[in-house]
Design a protein around this ligand. Structure first.
Ligand code: ZN
Length: 237
């Protein structure tokens, strides 16, 4: 309790009193001396937290790198299955994404005007159907998965499940259906010259090191949804 009393209550010599009164100002002096250091410390603290913020884009970079890591399985990119309400029949047994229907039919019509008869072989395929194709043919042909994947996508990795892929043949040379020889048909030559006008593109060209060349397999890139679906593929991962 005594410590709390004012120093005036005590008998203290004058010089000593001055000293005691000056303790406050010595504190201020010390503060002044140390203020640059305190300021430095303060600045460093701010920089530290600001630096943390700067690290976030770096984190994003690492995150992106992870995302950008090749998601392919046996050379095929993953594709989601299209929702049913976006599918339309263009033939009794062929369904496609509604976005590409008009363009696809127009392409066939224009080809016909040039004396070329395109035939549609396969459009949308469900992941389940792809499962059947991939695994049953695998056992029949006595191929391992990697060999099989050169000619057929594993389930969940087929462009056909998006509804934006179409396999095309030449109606006058059906023996070339799904064969590399399709590239020698008039239909293929016509497609190479004209398909881009209708926003169709050859998916698996000769440069693909994982998947065999498929001259019959075309995909549609004429809508935002289609472009989004094939963005990774076009980025050449
Ligand atoms: Zn195909």
């Amino acid at each position: 309790m005594e410590q709390k009393r004012d120093i005036d209550e005590f008998e203290i010599p004058f010089a000593q009193r001055t000293y005691l009164r000056n303790t406050n100002s010595t504190f201020l002096k010390k503060l002044l001396i140390f203020s640059p250091f305190l300021f430095l410390l303060f600045s460093l603290t701010i920089l530290f937290f600001y630096g943390k913020k700067e690290i976030f884009p770096l984190n994003n970079f690492y995150l992106k790198t992870e995302i950008n890591q090749d998601p392919r399985v046996l050379g095929h990119l993953p594709y989601k299955e299209i929702s049913e309400e976006k599918l339309v029949f263009i033939e009794p047994n062929i369904e496609v994404h509604i976005d590409m229907r008009d363009s696809l039919l127009k392409m066939r019509e224009e080809a016909r005007k040039d004396g070329i008869y395109l035939v549609f072989l396969s459009g949308y395929r469900s992941i389940n159907l792809q499962k059947d194709i991939f695994y049953s043919l695998k056992s029949i042909r006595n191929q391992n998965a990697a060999e099989r994947a050169r000619v057929s996508a594993p389930p969940g990795y087929s462009e056909h499940s998006t509804g934006f892929a179409i396999d095309i043949g030449d109606a006058t040379q059906r023996e070339t259906d799904f064969e590399t020889e399709f590239e020698n048909t008039e239909a293929f030559k016509w497609l190479m010259k004209n398909a881009a006008k209708f926003h169709f593109k050859l998916s698996f060209n000769k440069n693909n090191k994982f998947i065999d060349y498929e001259p019959w397999h075309w995909r549609y890139e004429g809508s935002i949804e289609a472009l989004k679906v094939f963005e990774n593929s076009n980025r050449n991962l």
